[in-house]
Structures are given as C-alpha cells and as structure tokens.
Design a protein around this ligand. Structure first.
Ligand code: HAM
Length: 417
C-alpha cells in the first residue's frame, strides 16, 4: 500500500497523550485564571511584518524558521511562530491599550526548525501576557504563576534562570563592547558564530558550543552596563521572589533569542543536559508597542512549550477518570432500545462514557471488543430486555450480571457511581 505520512516535524497527538494534555491545559488555565487572566484567541496567520518587526530581522525565527506565503494580492503572511506579537497586535487593534490586560492563550505554533526530540515544526504553547504594569510586581506575578503551576501539579518548584538585559540603550552599549571582545577570537569561531557576530552578537552568549562557552566565560558581563533604573527594577524583582521563597539563579549570559525583550528575562529548563531543554521562557518587553509604531505600553509574559512540559510533568498528571460502558445490542431490530438506554445512562453522571457497538455480531465477539477497550461494564440488549423494558448490566471485572428496569437506570448509576 502507498505510504501516507504527516508533514516532516509535524506530529499527531493520539488519545492517550491528548487526554493528559487536556488535564495539563486545564490546570494551566485554572492557575492563570486564578490570577485574573482571561483567554485570548488570535489567528494562526498574521501579516509577516508583524513578526519581522517584533521578533527581529537578525533572529533565527525570522531569518530561517517562518512559514511564509503570499496571498492572492501578493501580500506576505506567516503562520505564527509565537504568541506575544499577535497579542500586542490584538490589544492595539481592539482598542484595549489603555487598560491593564491579562491574557492567557494556548494553541499551535509553527517554526521550520530541524526536527529532533523536543523540537517540532508544529508545537504547542501555553502563554500569558500582562500589559500595562511597569513595576517589578508584574515580573514577579508572571513568575509566581509559573511557581503556582508547579505547586498545583504537586511538584517541586523548578530552578528559574533569570537575568536583566537592561534597556535598549544599555544593550546597544554592551553589544559594542561584546563585539570588540569577540573580534579578538574571530579565528576560533565557526561560520555560524561569525554570522551571529555580524547580525545578532548577543546570541553568541548562550551558545552551547564548549569552545565558545569558554571564550564567553571571560567576556564582559551585561550586568556592568545596565542603567540604574534597570538595576533597581531587577533588584526589586529578586527581592519579591526572595520574600516569597521562590528559588532562582542569576544567569549573566541569558539573553533570549527574540529581540523584543528588555530588563527581566528568564527561562526554566528540565535539568537535562540536552539542547532542547527549555520548557518555559519569557520576560519583559516594554518597547514592543513602540517598535510596532504604537503608544508605549509596558508588558511582560512567558510561554510554556507544551510538548516539552508534558514530558517533564507526565508522571504528575492524573488521567481523567471515567467509567466506560460498552453497549452490546444483539440484533439491529433492538437498536432503538439500545440507543435510548445509552442516552439515559450518559445523562446520569458526567463521568460515564457509553460506546455503542452497532455491528450486531454475536455476544461473544462484542464482549471481546468490550474487553479490548478496557470497558468497566457492558450493557446487553437482547429480546428479553426489550420485552421487559430493561437492560442487563455486566461487570467486565467480576462477570456479575444485574437486570435493571429502564425507569431505574438513573437511580442505579447515581447510587453505584
Ligand atoms: P520562545 O523561547 O521562543 O519564547 O518559546 C517558548 C517555549 O516554546 C520554549 O521554551 C519551548 O519550550 C517551546 N518551543 C519553542 N520552539 C519549539 C519547537 N520548535 N518545538 C517544541 N517546542 C518549542 C516565545 O515564544 C515567547 N513568545 C515567550 C514570551 C511570552 N515572552 C513573553 N511572553
């Protein structure tokens, strides 16, 4: 048979994982909503220049990873590689800019990266964005949401790697000094790093290359260049974390791969020593509205990579428990009885699932299918049940059977389950 395949780097999420993902998403949603965040849904497609202007021309995402197409009028549109720029666009377009806005979002994002474990071309993020508060309390709030998510998962808080990259001017001053320093080591840098040196030198700071990391370890630190205001902002953020017993580690080389950040940036890794180990990342981006030609609005947020996060927290996710009932109907002529019994049972309790067979094979083969689906109970409908307006309930575990009148079904399931 002809091979049929998904697009490279894009994967299916099958029921077992999907149900865990749903439990996880619900927990993320409930936690964010407990802080007053509301859902926002933005389109998958946006005008390409929204991303080029916000994420930045020299970044990997914009340079190499966007799925971009032109529409019938030759306008460039891209599949969203991240959610922050879209949220900013939505706030401006919908006239919400004068309010304090707290949003959460979840959904698919697209980056044309080289696929590997934990790195996909279609992946999912859960993110929050807080607009309109410039004080460190906002930075603290979004970090506190992350810590609360771990608490609600009954997990130990992860280590938060945090840094301040100062404001735009600080960063420009630092970049000049860093380039001067790195120019001395040009012969030790490969093609890729030389390109970064030219286009986006700060990205060299979080290089995973051992040789480069050694060069960087002696480089001037961004902390020496940040302004008094940015320094105080950072110290206050750390104080708030300290007071709340939230653990963090200052990581002087943390700069992030998107251009819109200023002041606080942070990442959370899964502690594994691999390249795709960041499960959550974010920071402040007070200049993004201005970059997009809009009124200045302070902002801070983060996004969790759901595939990576799910594999990290998998053991702490309890599966949604439901009772599975397999409805066995022994002849097509009893179908109305089977369908109405199924509906009555479904309406008894929200955690009951009823699966109808509809193939009308013999009892043995239908029971086999019930077992294959790991049903808790099967309900059997034959001529006797139809004549006596009843159903026969069979426990798949013990084999015990019980006959119940149709009018008794509601009471039976409310009492027993
Ligand atoms: P980001 O660091 O580009 O930040 O992505 C956030 C998270 O998405 C990463 O830490 C990772 O877990 C996940 N992720 C990114 N790319 C992939 C991929 N190809 N496959 C699987 N997972 C991936 C942002 O997107 C910012 N918008 C975060 C933010 C929100 N900053 C402020 N507000």
């Amino acid at each position: 048979m002809k091979k049929i395949q998904s697009v490279k780097g894009m994967h299916d999420i099958l029921p077992d994982t999907a149900s865990k993902l749903r439990v996880l998403e619900n927990l993320l949603i409930n936690t964010s909503e407990s802080f007053g965040y509301d859902e926002i849904r933005t389109p998958i497609l946006e005008n390409t220049d929204l991303f080029t202007k916000s994420i930045g021309d020299g970044t990997d995402i914009v340079e190499k990873e966007m799925y971009t197409l032109s529409d019938s009028k030759d306008r460039l549109i891209s599949m969203r590689p991240e959610g922050t720029a879209s949220c900013v666009r939505a706030v401006v377009e919908n006239g919400l800019q004068d309010n304090i806005n707290r949003f959460w979002y979840t959904g698919p994002f697209f980056r044309h990266e080289r696929p590997q474990k934990g790195r996909y071309r279609q992946f999912h993020q859960f993110g929050v964005e807080l607009f309109g508060i410039s004080s460190p309390e906002a930075d603290f709030e979004v970090l506190n949401i992350i810590v609360s998510i771990f608490k609600n998962l009954k997990m130990k808080s992860p280590k938060i790697l945090i840094n301040s990259i100062g404001d735009i001017e600080d960063r420009n001053k630092y970049t000049t000094v860093l380039v001067e320093y790195l120019n001395k080591y040009k012969n030790d840098l490969d093609k890729n790093h030389l390109l970064k040196l030219e286009r986006n030198p700060l990205r060299i700071l979080d290089s995973k290359d051992e040789k480069v990391a050694e060069i960087i370890s002696n480089a001037p630190s961004i902390s020496q260049f940040i302004s008094k205001d940015a320094k105080e902002h950072f110290e206050e953020t750390l104080l708030l974390l300290d007071k709340d017993n939230i653990k963090y580690e200052i990581s002087g080389n943390l700069v992030r791969g998107l251009d819109y950040y200023n002041k606080t940036v942070f990442e959370i890794t899964d502690g594994e020593n691999n390249t795709q180990n960041t499960i959550c990342a974010g920071g402040r981006y007070d200049y993004l509205f201005e970059t997009l030609g809009q009124k200045s609005t302070p902002a801070v947020g983060f996004a969790i990579g759901l595939e990576r996060f799910l594999s990290y927290v998998m053991d702490n996710i309890e599966n949604y428990k439901s009772i599975l009932i397999y409805m066995i109907c022994l002849d097509q002529k009893f179908k109305f009885h089977a369908i109405s019994a199924s509906d009555i049972i479904r309406n008894c309790e929200s955690n009951i699932r009823v699966v109808n067979d509809f193939n009308y094979s013999n009892l043995k083969s239908q029971l086999k299918k019930a077992n294959k689906l790991s049903a808790d109970l099967s309900v059997i409908i034959g001529s006797e049940e139809v004549d006596s307006d009843s159903i026969l309930i069979k426990s798949m575990d013990t084999g015990d059977q019980e006959k119940i009148g149709m009018s008794e079904i509601g009471n039976y399931f409310k009492k027993e389950y």
